[in-house]
Design a protein around this ligand. Structure first.
Ligand code: 5GP
Length: 200
């Protein structure tokens, strides 16, 4: 057996997971990071319905609850969680394949998923994206035009819970306040490419 074949997938490649409240700008950041690092953007399965702004077949595989349950049974997910009433899970096989090939892999997942990943892969790097302020988050959610005012109030309450859950989990090594998206991306790249303790 060669030295490399004894390494675990997260020693061969680099697993990054990015979390943060809804409306904080995660998707834009992740798309740019995937292109610039470069990193493979992992595919998730979800039971939520596709929306016009989703890129079909690229970010999500849209499946029903039965199929999701079958895939759990078959151990096809690296992690999975229920978020806003729908199931989401990272498909395991392509992530492991990319890590074994020495690549960087980027997951955009919620905090429950991030905690699961960190337990499985202690070298994975968790990054938490924060809004500059509560007001800016409300403004961002409002301008997206996807949610009514009641939903925005719920999302704000969830955002606060998510941030404290992320901090309590100990799974996140870097927090970045997303004031200017380009600066956020540069900060993350600097952190990922710079020296880090072995445990992430
Ligand atoms: P959306 O439906 O707005 O695309 O995503 C809702 C939330 O689900 C976001 O916080 C997103 O990060 C999270 N999410 C997306 N894919 C996954 C996944 O595969 N696993 C987990 N745990 N969360 C996910």
């Amino acid at each position: 057996m060669t030295e490399s074949s004894q390494l675990s997938p997260d020693e061969k490649g680099l697993l990054l997971f990015i979390s943060g409240p809804s409306g904080v700008g995660k998707s834009t950041i992740c798309r740019a990071l995937a292109a610039q690092l470069p990193a493979e953007f992992a595919l998730s399965a979800t039971t939520r319905l596709g929306k016009p702004q989703d890129q079909w077949g690229k970010r999500y595989l849209f499946i029903n609850a039965n199929e999701f349950a079958q895939r759990i049974e078959k151990d096809e997910f690296l992690e999975y969680a229920q978020v806003f009433g729908h199931w989401y899970g990272t498909l395991k096989a392509p992530v492991i394949e990319s890590l074994n090939a020495g690549k960087k892999v980027l997951l955009e997942i919620d905090v429950q998923g991030g905690a699961q990943i960190k337990v499985m892969f202690p070298r994975a790097v968790g990054i938490l994206i924060l809004p500059p302020s509560e007001e800016s988050l409300v403004q961002r959610l409002t301008s997206r035009g996807r949610d009514d005012p009641a939903t925005i109030t719920t999302r704000l309450a969830q955002a606060k819970m998510e941030i404290s859950a992320a901090r309590n989990s100990g799974a996140y090594s870097l927090e970045v306040v997303n004031q200017v998206v380009e600066t956020t991306i540069e900060r993350i790249k600097e952190f990922v490419q710079g020296p880090r303790p072995k445990s992430g």
